[in-house]
Design a protein around this ligand. Structure first.
Ligand code: CA
Length: 236
């Protein structure tokens, strides 16, 4: 199953935000909107969007500071939108880890092209370059990262967006123990509640879907007190 790519827009100008929202919704994206940096950070950590469109001039904080902050823990594609045209700000935004820069006013076509490119270049799921194109295989399980599909004995498994991200994170570093804190930070960001409840709940759901006997897992193992480890990719 593929799910809708979600886009978070942090932009205080209502007409621009609405224009982007309408354009992207029509194209099948799921859109989340925030008018302040604070609201944006909160949506970013709770909703795990696939791409961020960030205005540099926000009422409550400098967009560059927000960008810098997000890049300390997330590699999601960030497209900066701003009315400012100074070269130094573009460079600063890119230096801080923005994937691209789009200057207001911009048209639908330009916006969509930039988003597609940013997503294609996204390293979000590509923790190791050798896995970029290659699906994960182990026992009866196949994960196609590009097509966002999970197959068990050739049968498609339906995962939620967060479950898919979790499985992908583990699969792309299969064989390695990933700590609870690392996983939580990668999926939900550093502001997420560090008690592992939400992770455990998601993992239990994943196991119910993947494992014949969730109490004796063969794909994702619990390293008690440390984290989780996924069975190593047979091709790696
Ligand atoms: Ca603004």
């Amino acid at each position: 199953m593929s799910y809708k790519l979600s886009v978070l827009i942090i932009e205080d100008e209502k007409n621009i935000s609405s224009f982007i929202c309408t354009t992207l919704t029509n194209q099948g994206y799921k859109v989340l909107k925030a008018a302040t940096g604070k609201e944006g950070l909160s949506l970013l950590t709770s909703q795990c969007p696939d791409i961020l469109l960030l205005d540099l001039g926000l009422p409550d904080m400098d967009g560059i500071c927000l960008l810098k902050e997000v890049r300390t823990w997330s590699e999601l594609p960030i497209l900066v939108i701003s009315a400012r045209i100074q070269e130094n700000e573009k460079v600063q935004a890119l230096d801080m880890g923005a994937d691209d820069y789009i200057t207001k006013p911009f048209g639908t076509k330009e916006l969509l092209a930039r988003i597609r490119t940013a997503i294609r270049h996204s390293k979000r799921l590509n923790f190791d370059p050798k896995f970029v194109q290659k699906p994960y295989h182990a026992l009866d399980l196949t994960i196609d990262f590009e097509k966002r599909r999970v197959l068990l004995k050739e049968k498609e498994i339906h995962l939620t967006a967060v479950e898919f991200k979790l499985v992908s994170l583990l699969a792309q570093q299969s064989g390695k123990v990933l700590t609870y804190d690392y996983i939580i930070t990668q999926i939900w960001g550093p502001y997420a509640d560090k008690n592992n409840r939400i992770l455990r709940v998601n993992m239990a759901n994943i196991r119910r879907k993947l494992e014949v006997n969730p109490a004796e897992p063969v794909y994702i193992f619990t390293e008690i007190g440390i984290g989780y480890r996924m069975i190593e990719d047979k091709l790696s």
